[in-house]
Ligand binder design. Structure first.
Ligand code: MSP
Length: 648
């Protein structure tokens, strides 16, 4: 039987996880869940990339050992995956013996067969990308990697090289012959374009006098392994290569290596040539997805716009967060993440279309079906019913095809379309009128059709929103928590007479503080913290409990820099450091402070305020200030405390 083996990149443990990491892992999870429900034997692998310069540097900066750095950070990924309902079958850490042993075996074998050789190297090295370049590789004398462009160092040293160049022609031929190997097509062309230049041999070692945090070369103790040569091997070491041949062959070749577009060359050039040298077959598909931007900007620590997936899922729920990421990104293309877009989609697809439909159907079944799935009457089903059944079954088929074709956003758009179709059907057939008029067979038939269509919707959305859809299924009286995908293309599965469950609102509408629906409500309405709260008269004063007060996360923060927000004469954009976490906030203090006077001050911020976009600039938190008439002064602390200290 065909199996399904899906992998994510293994993530560096130099920093905390962000929405980009969450995206790839949720995508793999959705695919894995879908295939499991299809009955396909499935293996889903994720993990962490723990060696190399990035991790060593992060450890140095934190004043800890690289192992401590890895041990501290890995739990952040593992906690997040638990929170996001990730059902990976294994989590590999490249520092585990089961992995390091395999890397060393592979290196030794390639060295014995002269696939790896020692040579003197003289070239340009980019410390950030951990890669060597020749003179002609450089761009304006700097690192040519997109998004890097840093100054490179001239390095002359002996190293070990993998004879990658020997496989160039073979690789070009293979990519041409196997159109599915690199997807989407434009990424395949990108790799073919890269291969138009002569391919160099790959330097796979780093001398210990420069880097100690890596897997020692089995044939030379003065060197550690280049982090990519180590990391890529995780895809086979985790499934038993080379010791457990049976397990290995059960899963290899992988069905999908899911990656972001940033790591295309390593996966489509280094990895296939490494596998070829090892005598192993290639994965079926390397799929490179696009980039999540925040608004229109690249997400980066220095701009303070890194989206924290844990915080977002806490605020709005895990399932809607998963849904948004899957529905919003067309696989392969870049997508834009904003809270406004999230709220808009949530309110439209989930709260309005699906949640309200379910409420309505449940209430009517309570009223006219005595709380049990009604029995449809053959004679009462007409053209509308036939059309609804057809739409539901066709949708189930097309979602399957969309998942197979890696067009998840299209699949979800189809399910949203079906939900709207059921709403239109209800409006046309008006079971509430039919019930009032005593046309009970018609009422029962319409409610059965709506409920059965909802069963299909819940099954199709299950891999994306497992908890919410399990709730929906319980509400419809379906016994199995998870659907059998095969039964989504059948009509008439809901048993008449089965008691429906309790249902509280599945997707409560998101409203902003002013009570209006949120999109646009957040933008512009809040002008960023200090100096804008209307003064309250004594009579108006509201008392709060200590528990209310405790909800505020007040913290000290150091201002790193400040600048004016273009086109807004009251606003300043501040880059702040809240105990090591870099953030950007917008504050209405430009009339009271000059940007250059603010750097270095320690202020107090509300750290858990919902992020908002103010004049197009994201603000994550609000500073505190005292104001009276025209005077406004920042709240600061009396003496030295580290940034990020709790204020209570
Ligand atoms: N450790 C390497 C991968 C080794 S795989 C054998 C690495 N790690 S990483 O922590 O930098 O994670 C890179 C991956 O995170 C990307 O390929 C992508 O899957 C995801 N993303 C990181 N930033 C992203 C966005 N802004 N948007 C979408 N995904 C991105 O590279």
């Amino acid at each position: 039987m065909q199996s399904f083996y899906v992998t994510t990149p293994i993530y560096y443990v130099n920093d905390r996880p962000h929405i980009g990491h969450a995206y790839t892992t949720i995508l793999a999870d959705v695919l894995a869940r879908y295939h499991r429900l299809m009955g396909t034997p499935t293996f889903f692998l994720t993990g962490t990339d723990e060696h190399g310069q990035k991790v060593q540097r992060a450890a140095e900066a934190a004043g800890i050992t690289p192992r401590e750095q890895a041990d501290r950070t890995v739990v952040r990924f593992q906690d997040l995956w638990r929170r996001l309902e990730i059902t990976s079958d294994d989590f590999i850490r490249t520092t585990e013996a089961r992995h390091t042993r395999v890397v060393q075996q592979i290196l030794q074998d390639l060295y014995n067969r002269d696939e790896i050789y020692r040579a003197e190297y003289d070239g340009w090295y980019c410390v950030t990308c951990e890669r060597f370049y020749t003179d002609k590789d450089l761009k304006d004398g700097c690192c040519p990697e997109p998004g890097c462009g840093r100054v490179v160092e001239r390095i002359r040293e002996a190293n070990y090289f993998f004879r990658m160049s020997a496989y160039q022609d073979w690789l070009i031929r293979t990519i041409r012959e196997r159109p599915g190997f690199i997807q989407p097509d434009f990424r395949r062309n990108e790799t073919l374009g890269f291969l138009r230049q002569p391919l160099n041999d790959l330097c796979i070692s780093r001398p210990k006098n420069r880097l100690t945090w890596g897997i020692e070369l089995p044939f030379d103790a003065d060197y550690v392994t280049y982090v990519w040569f180590d990391a890529l091997v995780n895809y086979i070491s985790a499934i038993g290569y080379p010791e457990d041949r049976t397990r290995f062959e059960r899963w290899w070749p992988a069905t999908y290596h899911l990656i972001g577009k940033d790591i295309l060359t390593t996966h489509t050039v280094y990895w296939p040539t490494m596998l070829k040298a090892m005598g192993l077959p290639l994965p079926q598909t390397i799929f490179a997805h696009g980039w999540w931007l925040v608004g229109r900007d690249k997400m980066s620590k220095s701009s303070g716009n890194v989206v924290n997936p844990m915080a977002f899922a806490e605020r709005y729920g895990v399932d809607p967060f998963r849904y948004f990421l899957m529905a919003e990104m067309t696989l392969g293309q870049d997508a834009s993440f904003t809270e406004e877009a999230f709220v808009r989609r949530y309110n439209a697809d989930l709260a309005n279309d699906l949640g309200n439909l379910l409420n309505r159907v449940m209430k009517l079944i309570g009223k006219y079906g005595g709380g049990c799935i009604p029995e449809p009457a053959d004679g009462a089903a007409g053209g509308d019913e036939i059309a609804l059944r057809k739409a539901a079954l066709e949708t189930a088929g097309s979602v399957g095809a969309a998942v197979e074709g890696m067009r998840l956003d299209e699949g979800l758009a189809r399910v949203a379309g079906l939900t709207r179709e059921v709403n239109r059907y209800m409006e046309r057939r008006r079971p509430w009128d039919l019930g009032r008029e005593g046309r009970l067979e018609d009422t029962a038939t319409v409610l059965y059709h709506a409920a059965e269509a909802l069963r299909i919707v819940s099954g199709l959305l299950f891999p994306v929103m497992p908890n919410k859809m399990a709730e929906l299924r319980r509400a419809l009286g379906v016994r199995e928590r998870a659907p059998d995908m095969g039964r989504l293309q059948e009509w008439g599965v809901l048993g008449a007479g089965v008691r429906i469950g309790e249902m509280r609102s599945l997707f409560p509408r998101i409203q902003d503080a002013s009570g209006t629906d949120a999109p646009g409500g957040t933008e512009g309405r809040r002008t960023g913290g200090a100096g804008r709260r209307p003064e309250r008269s004594k009579e108006e004063k509201v008392e709060i409990t200590y528990a209310d007060f405790e909800k505020l996360d007040l913290r000290t923060a150091r201002i790193d820099s400040a600048e004016k927000v273009e086109g807004a004469d009251k606003l300043l954009r501040l880059q702040i450091d809240v105990g090591g976490e870099k953030r950007q906030i917008v504050a209405g203090i430009a009339r009271h402070y000059k940007p250059e006077d603010l750097a270095g001050r320690t202020i107090v911020v509300v750290a858990n305020l919902k992020p908002a976009t103010i004049r197009g600039v994201e603000s994550r938190g609000m500073l505190l200030a005292a104001s009276s008439g025209d005077t406004l002064r920042l709240v600061t602390v009396d003496g030295d405390v580290p940034g990020g200290s709790a204020v209570s």
